[in-house]
Design a protein. Sequence first.
Length: 468
Amino acid sequence: MTEITTYNRIFFTGIGGIGMSALARYFLAAGYEVAGYDKTPSPLTGALEKEGAVIIFSDDPGDIPGKFGDVRYRGDTLVIYTPAVPRDHPVFRFFAENNYEILKRAEVLGLISDNMRAVAVAGTHGKTTTSTLIAHILKRSVLDCTAFLGGISKNYNTNLLLGESQWVVLEADEFDRSFLHLHPSLAVVTSMDADHLDIYGDHEHLQEAFHQFMGQVRKGGKILVHNSLQVRREVNEEVDWFTYGLEGEADYRATDLYFSEGYHHFTAHTPEGEIGEILLGLPGRVNVENAIAAIAVAHLLGVSNDSIRKSLFLFEGVRRRFDVRVRGEKYVYIDDYAHHPSELRAAITSAREMFPGKKITGIFQPHLYTRTRDFAEGFAESLSLLDRVILLPVYPAREEPIPGITSAIILDRIKKKEKELIEKEEVLDRIAGDPPEVLLTLGAGDIDRLTEPLEKLYREMERDEGEK
């Protein structure tokens, strides 16, 4: 087994990714020399450079800095990669051909967490908000924790939390079977919807991988699953199983739920009684469900009811997870990472719940050709819940184009008259020329590059409205 402590330098291929950047921050904080490659600069790479990382944006291996690119020091340098950067990329190929030690990000997370007590949140959606809620509650409690988050926590303005205790919170990512490198003490499974069919082939094989993950929870540990999921508890008979949910019977559930003045108010029921008068400032019933999962984890780990209640009231959310960027008298702008039909549905219905009677416009950038092909019908169905739909071209990420698979196959199926397909570069002019009352940006690709200019535009429009 690789001992990370034998290295002095860590190089990341794809350092600007949300998961990779959290690991980079971890190693920077631990005193390692950190460098990396990414395709383009971003706010995350800028932040990492300020924190001490050296980052290149060139494909030329000759630009790899200092001892990182000197093969005489390869025994002292660990390379961490993400599947988002292809194996034939010149920078990756340089390290591979020169026999550097190369590990996948998920393997490194596994090595770190194997020496700790891990809370791992798995699911095809809900992972980031749920894990950030859990980390926030534990961080504010006597337990404390370290956390590797899949989004930027608005409370802490980072995707890495460092703690003094043995507890670590992390996302258990099903992509590329990454979560099979983890052996947590407590696992949460929020959902097992069909996704990543380019990896798994079909829904059945994806569900099988989730069961394998649940089988890896340590003896004497705990597994918390959404009560709608059909799971085979025999995969791990050495743990305690619990359920959570909003509808139906569950060990952890919510009642007396209503939304008022920006907060969900509810009572949480646990196997040991009630936690009353909870206020959660995240809109959308799906986030109440995520909060119930976080409450369950905290309760199972012994956090007091009072501490849970206070932490939830103070939770500010996660960037790009139903992230309300502008909320004015006339204009509202919300940004969300939704890239699966069920996530789109949750974001759009949450906006309807918050702004009943308002016209809602969504800009959606499909992520991956395979996902567009596999879920075109589902995407169209969810997007038809909007009043006006603006589609962008498919963001390819790691994939090559598939003949006949474009955003047009979604557009054709959307049952709304107000729909169009435009280039990303046209968005600002289109929105400025016909500004929606409520605007959502949706997607997991580089649509996030539009959030700051759109926020600026909406703040200016709101200011102009106030001056009339």
